[in-house]
Design a protein. Sequence first.
Length: 173
Amino acid sequence: MPTTDELAAWERCPRCGAGLEHEETSVACPSCGLSVYANPASTASGLVVDGAGAVLLARRAGEPKQGLWDLPGGFIDEGETGEEALRRELREEAGVDVEPGAFVGALPDRYGDDGPWTINFYWEARIVSGEPAPADDVVELAWFPRKELPPRDEFAFANTIGILERWGVRFRP
């Protein structure tokens, strides 16, 4: 989906070539009726916990926010449920099969400082097979006890910090 900034730059309808009418977060073509909205991209991520209650974090291999910590997960493909995306992303990023558990919540954010808006869905999850090993766009995986997570400034995205706090994590000052 295009961002609000991208839509602002659209002058002509991609379907019929007529001039567009601009609203704050959409464009409409008075000629053919096309309407395009700036909607967030959806992601699915897991609060994967081991038997001792430690949570699995992934260090990002690429931009945005390369080298910072995140919860494992990624973008939801068209036609895919959030739980399906969570399972697929954990296989791709960590080589494990997970069983999603309780839904923890959803938070908006941007994918990078000037990137597109996202809506980020989070589930608790447990590994049902495999041993975590970094793959795809992850350079490191590590288990952290809830009381010993990295500091806030070592996390890639505000939504990750927000969902961890909603989940009961208290970050050190």
